[in-house]
Write a protein that binds this ligand. Structure first.
Ligand code: COA
Ligand code: AMP
Length: 629
């Protein structure tokens, strides 16, 4: 069957389609049906089935592929390489799960994981799901305050962390950040487990912090616990319009079924082959395609602790691909832009034989045509853009190479995947014709594995995603479809920006700037950047009577965002201005500010209060030394 037939088969009978896909998962009790719609427009899948995530990702493979590498750890920043077989992984995960259970972690309890890119991060995730607890991984580049916000929302009984992470040129001590977060948070975890790394040993607080290895060494292994299909496997916080992140809930069974389906159909992977997603476990790509999907499907996954450039050079990716025999490789376009900038002629590829590589997959941000073409020429394999979100956990629109390689149209992530009926709607919710730009919405129900709700925030879930277009999920992206049914993703419709493939909230940054005592008002916009896709740029108006030097205040603003959100925000551009451009009703004209900063043409908004302010914005951008797109 080709793509069209597979999509049509899903469309004709979604329940049959997903029940068939469910056949590749091990169940303690098989579900009676796929969709549970009694609570529409909130939908759930496989609710009456019983299964376990860790069993499907680890234990079930041990009899047939116990000696196969489950995880290859390759860390150019520490000069370490290691392989963990499925049998060894089972042992490590069962013992950590036993240690957690012995300290009181039970089904439904939350456990935060704040770790660098080491195999123990995956072991932690798997151990938590093994005993039916719910993990919430927090990206290491977030500062204490962001971690504290997540601690208060998820209310974890335990936090698993490491003494440090390693960024090129510096060791990032995680423990002081963790201590700061626990101090700041209203909720306190019962205990933490700390993985001591030789690059920076952490000081442990007696009675609360325990050494990871010592604790695990004494533990009795724990077995997998069967949980209901709709039991949450994890919560992953992602940026929304405000500083309060959204806790995306991932249900157990739909996650297993859908991810396993994607490995063959979207990534063309057969069990035993090596898959590599160069991302971080803190992001959804890391959850789905570093940890879960490759393991569920019996593949080998690579945990890479390094960067595309500088660790040690722009040939690192090619070395890893060739050395570990990677078949499908997945990363963000920004990583390729970084390599292209350092090594435009691809000299660093020459020493390596990468004939094992069959596909390059890109996602996380818009893949610009230059980068796609450059990668295609260099690697000589199909470069496949695909579009998805933390909320969905896997591809909404893609090119399903395991079914059929569809003609690539550069700039489009290709076509909707089974499970997703994509509509382009105008502001009133009416369908727009092909070629016209509108809000991208997906007809409900969303398929298995996608978010059924937000943690502790069902109302916010309804408001953010379901209320604008009744009967649809609002993606927050704008775009169009063409006459061949290809989807084109053009921009976000909210205040979310994408910096080096990392999703960030400009609203969240504005909240931080507004907390500066001298700032009366502010706006943060996303401007175009050659390397990172977008960069945040801030404009602040000062409180009356403040006479301090502007560059001093700007520096403090940069420091504040780094301290409150983290270095990952890459917030370095900020200007002090007299006023912000607004409509007569007082709404800040952020879209117009973006156009001015990027030097793009724009139509003077009819509702603007005072057009002269735009000149000040233009001048301030010039003074920031921002080179423009
Ligand atoms: N822990 C602590 N700090 C971190 C961190 C982590 N896990 N990850 C990033 N940071 C820091 C960086 O050190 C940097 O700090 P600096 O301001 O002191 O230099 C800052 O956060 C910004 O990081 P980043 O956006 O990664 O920029 P960079 O200049 O270090 O690297 C790229 C640029 C393009 C090489 C890098 O962004 C990259 O590899 N991107 C791939 C994108 C990706 O994997 N996205 C995931 C979704 S698929
Ligand atoms: P995240 O939840 O961090 O994965 O970010 C999801 C957002 O990133 C989407 O809503 C899009 O705005 C953007 N995005 C992800 N993949 C693509 C893609 N292939 N093309 C364009 N934008 C993308």
């Amino acid at each position: 069957m080709g793509y069209k037939e597979v999509y049509a088969a899903w469309h004709a009978d979604p329940d049959a389609f997903w029940m068939q896909a469910a056949g590749s998962i091990d169940w303690d009790r098989k579900p009676s049906k796929a969709l549970f719609d009694d609570n529409a427009p909130l939908y759930e899948w496989f609710c009456d089935g019983l299964t376990n995530t860790c069993w499907n990702a680890v234990d079930r493979h041990v009899p047939t592929r116990g000696d196969q590498a489950a995880i290859i750890y390759d860390s150019p920043v520490t000069g370490t390489k290691a392989t963990i077989t499925y049998a060894e992984l089972q042992d490590k995960v069962a013992k950590l799960a036993g240690a957690l259970r012995a300290r009181g972690i039970a089904k439904g309890d939350r456990v935060i994981v704040y770790m660098p890119m080491v195999p123990e991060a995956l072991i932690a995730m798997l151990a938590v799901t093994r005993i039916g607890a719910i993990h919430s991984v927090v990206f290491g580049g977030f500062a204490s305050n962001e971690l504290a916000v997540r601690i208060d929302d998820a209310q974890p009984k335990a936090i698993l962390s490491a003494s440090c992470g390693i960024e090129p040129g510096r060791v990032v001590e995680y423990k002081p950040l963790l201590d700061g977060a626990i101090e700041m948070a209203r909720h306190k975890p019962d205990f933490t487990l700390i993985l001591q790394r030789p690059q920076a040993e952490a000081t442990l607080t007696a009675g609360r912090d325990f050494d990871w290895h010592d604790t695990v060494a004494d533990a009795d292994p724990a077995d997998c616990i069967a949980v209901e299909g709709n039991h949450p496997a994890y919560i992953l916080y992602t940026s929304g319009t405000t500083g309060q992140p959204k806790g995306v809930v991932r249900p157990t069974a739909g996650h297993l079924v859908a991810l396993d389906w994607t490995m063959k159909n979207i990534y063309d992977m057969d069990p035993g082959e090596v898959f590599w997603a160069a991302s971080d476990v803190g992001w959804v790509v890391g959850h789905s395609y570093i940890c879960y999907a490759p393991l569920i499907h019996g593949n080998t996954t690579i945990v890479f602790e390094g960067k595309p450039v500088g660790t040690p050079d722009a040939g690192t990716f090619w070395r890893v691909i060739s050395e570990h025999n990677v078949k499908s490789f997945f990363t963000a376009p920004t990583a390729f832009r970084a390599i292209k900038r350092e090594d435009p002629k691809g000299e660093f590829l020459k020493p390596y034989d990468i004939s094992c590589l069959k596909y390059l997959f890109l996602a996380g941000e818009r893949a610009d045509p230059d980068t796609i073409e450059w990668a295609q020429d260099l690697l000589g394999v199909p470069v496949i853009d695909h579009w998805w979100q933390t909320e969905t956990g896997y591809t909404i629109a893609g090119n399903p190479v395991g079914i059929e390689l569809l003609p690539v149209k550069i700039g489009s992530p290709t076509v909707p995947m089974p499970g997703h009926e994509i509509h382009i709607l105008d502001d009133e919710g009416s369908e727009l014709p092909d070629g016209e730009l509108g809000a991208i919405a997906i007809k409900l129900p969303l398929p298995p594995g996608t978010l059924p709700t937000l943690w502790n925030a069902e109302d916010r879930f309804r408001k953010s995603y379901l209320s604008k277009f009744p009967g649809y999920y609002e993606t927050g992206d704008a775009g169009m479809k063409d006459e061949d049914g290809y989807v084109w993703i053009m921009a976000r419709t909210d205040d979310v920006i994408n910096v080096a493939g990392h999703r960030l909230s400009t609203g969240g940054m504005e909240e931080v700037l507004a907390s500066h005592p001298d700032v009366a008002e502010c706006a943060v916009i996303g401007v175009t950047d050659q390397l990172k896709g977008q960069l945040p740029m801030g404009f602040v108006c000062l409180t009356k009577g403040v006479n301090r030097p502007h560059d001093e205040i700007a520096k403090e603003c940069v420091k504040l965002v780094r301290e409150k959100i983290g270095p990952v925000a890459a917030f370095k551009l900020v200007a002090v201005v007299d006023r912000l451009p607004k409509t007569r009703s007082g709404k800040i004209l952020r879209a117009t500010m973006v156009k001015i900063a990027d030097g793009a043409e724009f139509k003077m908004p009819a509702t603007i209060d005072d057009p002269a302010i735009l000149d000040e914005i233009r001048e301030s951008v010039g003074e920031l030394g921002y080179p423009g797109p």
